[in-house]
Design a protein. Structure first.
Length: 268
């Protein structure tokens, strides 16, 4: 059984030291609930039992002190989806295999931002460096064009809030509520979560979008862009109070971790 996101005066939200507009919005939402907000530093004494929002690099340094369970989707979830939900061919592979590509492809790390997620003309254009070993996992997908992309904040298999964040690759944040594509986006997400939601944590961010139709360049098929950690995702124009509900579940005390979420838990 999932634990409640209801918080008390004693609950607190721990933030990574890097400022973002989302951390500011979540801080204000947390304080409205009576929560303390702690902006962490590398040397500060950290107390256990709270919630976390921030990057994975800093999280690795503090998560054990905080005793927080960080939920994240599995590396291969996107590649295992039926084509009807992706609209393109996607494979889980390695950076070494990606370097052998002789065609354009979209290549990205599954979770960590160890190199830019982008379309590469061929494998020789991928970044190099001692930290980018050939066995590093990557996702390789066909090149597509997104007419519009939306970020949905999911809790217990339901869309709690969301936002458009790009149109044709350009930042264009707009609330999901009242959007002309709201009903279609929710219908697609509901169908996806009913069919494939067991493969995701109970609290997660789901990015979906409208692919362009090849014949006329306008909006075409709905498809999944990717799934991300809610505790390290921009809320764009979504309702920050509802975003916080998802963040609190995605990075909360390990003592409250639901059994179904244990396989999605990063502990350090």
């Amino acid at each position: 059984m999932a634990w409640s996101v209801t918080v008390t005066k004693q609950g607190f939200l721990a933030l990574a030291p890097q400022y973002t507009t989302t951390s500011e919005l979540l801080s204000a939402s947390a304080r409205r609930r009576g929560m303390d907000v702690d902006v962490l530093t590398p040397t500060a004494v950290r107390r256990a039992g709270g919630h976390y929002y921030g990057g994975p690099g800093f999280a690795a340094r503090v998560v054990d002190d905080l005793e927080v369970a960080l939920l994240e989707p599995s590396d291969d979830w996107l590649a295992t989806l039926p084509r009807q939900y992706t609209g393109r061919h996607i494979t889980t592979s390695t950076l070494g295999d990606a370097r052998a590509l002789t065609r354009p492809a979209f290549v990205k790390p599954p979770r960590e931002k160890s190199f830019p997620a982008a379309v590469y003309a061929d494998g020789t254009r991928l970044p190099t460096g001692p930290e980018l070993s050939p066995d590093r996992p990557v996702l390789i997908s066909d090149v597509v064009t997104w007419a519009a992309e939306f970020r949905l904040h999911i809790l217990d298999g339901e869309v709690r809030t969301g936002s458009q964040y790009t149109t044709f690759g350009r930042l264009d944040a707009e609330p999901l509520d009242g959007h002309r594509y709201e009903d279609a986006a929710r219908e697609f997400a509901d169908d996806l979560l009913t069919t494939c939601g067991d493969g995701l944590p109970s609290a997660v961010v789901l990015d979906i979008g409208l692919l362009t139709a090849p014949e006329h360049g306008g909006p075409g098929q709905w498809a999944v862009v990717e799934a991300n950690m809610a505790w390290f995702s921009n809320c764009y124009a979504a309702d920050p109070d509802r975003v916080l509900d998802v963040v609190l579940r995605s990075a909360g005390p390990r003592t409250r971790l639901a059994e179904r979420d244990r396989r999605f838990c990063r502990t350090g």
